[in-house]
Design a protein around this ligand. Structure first.
Ligand code: SF4
Length: 231
């Protein structure tokens, strides 16, 4: 069996996904962690017409919005801001102030999960930078999985990459990334629900810190396809 590099494997997966779902596939990029930026680099260089979207909760860090601007200039693409039905003020008015502090699952459902489902209703597949080494809750991430309710395919070409693989690619290809990654924020979401981590902490320990919440719900209802989740 011929050994292939992580980059070669991921590029093959990306190529096959773009061919199989041509015109009906989008890249989810949070503009927070570096994994999405690696995929954005790979995909934009292959086909700049592939939609790249981010969930603009209205509560992202200034550095995240600035990175969207940098990508627009660097790659000549227009990232799509997928927004909730309600503004932050509208949510506060309907559900009370600071829903994220009282019921983060409800807040994520309103500001992330529903907007993504609404956006992806126009597609057959989406690509994500989720990786198995990011946290204990992600150790079983499959490279190809399927939404049990909608039938949408989810492709994670970097599922078996390590953090070192990611940063090697970022540096070798001069990929733009969020400067907060260098300041203790390896994983970034909304300002209210993200803190810097201390050395040695789990990379996602800064997300919803102090609660038992691990995920926002975007990766909740998928099951692996194939015997090992890789085909
Ligand atoms: S991460 Fe926090 S603020 Fe953002 S949608 Fe989820 S609960 Fe709301």
């Amino acid at each position: 069996m011929i050994e292939t590099s992580p980059i070669a494997r991921a590029e093959t997966i990306v190529d096959e996904a773009l061919a199989r779902y041509a015109g009906n596939i989008a890249l989810a990029c949070s503009f927070g962690g570096p994994s999405g930026m690696v995929l954005l680099d790979m995909i934009a260089k292959r086909d700049a017409s592939v939609p790249v979207y981010f969930l603009d909760t209205g509560l992202l860090f200034d550095e995240t919005y600035a990175l969207v601007d940098r990508v627009r200039e660097r790659y000549g693409i227009e990232p799509i801001a997928v927004r909730p039905e309600l503004t932050v003020d509208g949510q506060n008015a309907r559900y009370g102030e600071a829903l994220w502090a009282r019921n983060s699952d409800a807040c994520c459902a309103l500001r992330k999960v529903e907007p993504q489902q609404r956006f992806l209703a126009n597609y057959d597949a989406w690509i994500t930078g989720i990786r198995r080494d990011q946290s204990a809750s992600r150790t079983n991430v499959g490279i190809l999985s399927r939404d049990d309710t909608t039938g949408l395919a989810k492709i994670a070409p970097l599922a078996d990459w390590t953090s070192n693989d990611i940063w090697s690619y970022v540096l070798a290809h001069d990929v733009p990334y969020n400067p907060l990654n260098d300041r203790g924020y390896p994983s970034l979401g909304c300002t209210h629900c993200t803190r810097a981590i201390a050395p040695g902490e789990d990379p996602r320990a800064g997300r919803w810190s102090g609660t038992d919440k691990l995920e926002c719900g975007l990766h909740a209802s998928f099951s692996a396809l194939g015997a090992n989740g890789t085909s």
